[in-house]
Write a protein of this length. Sequence first.
Length: 135
Amino acid sequence: MQKRILVVAHAADVVEAIPITLELAGHKVALADCGLEAILWADRLRPDLILVDATLPDMNGLTIIGILQCLPSTAALATILLKPRWHNSSAPSRPGRPENGSLNSSALLRQVGFALTLCHVARREGALAHKRRGA
């Protein structure tokens, strides 16, 4: 099933690589390039998942996630914070990232799939608990 994913990023390499990877995996992707736009899009679209780059021109990713969690309309949305400069080729190699620092599509899709699965399970459990209380 196609999922809606909001990608919040300003860096050109992130903006180019992540949406293409997600679209090829069958997801519908929306883009925001600053914190304010991300908050507005999150409220309008209610995506299944939001990927937030840690460094943006107007505010950092943690601030965006904090604001989304405080707003009643977006508090339940799932978010993943992308590490600052995870795509930087000068950073030391770690598992899940190739030596040259380029995007590891398989690792990204595994993490996105895991997050979407957790969201589905949480929603299902919430619906079951609500049904039990009403019975």
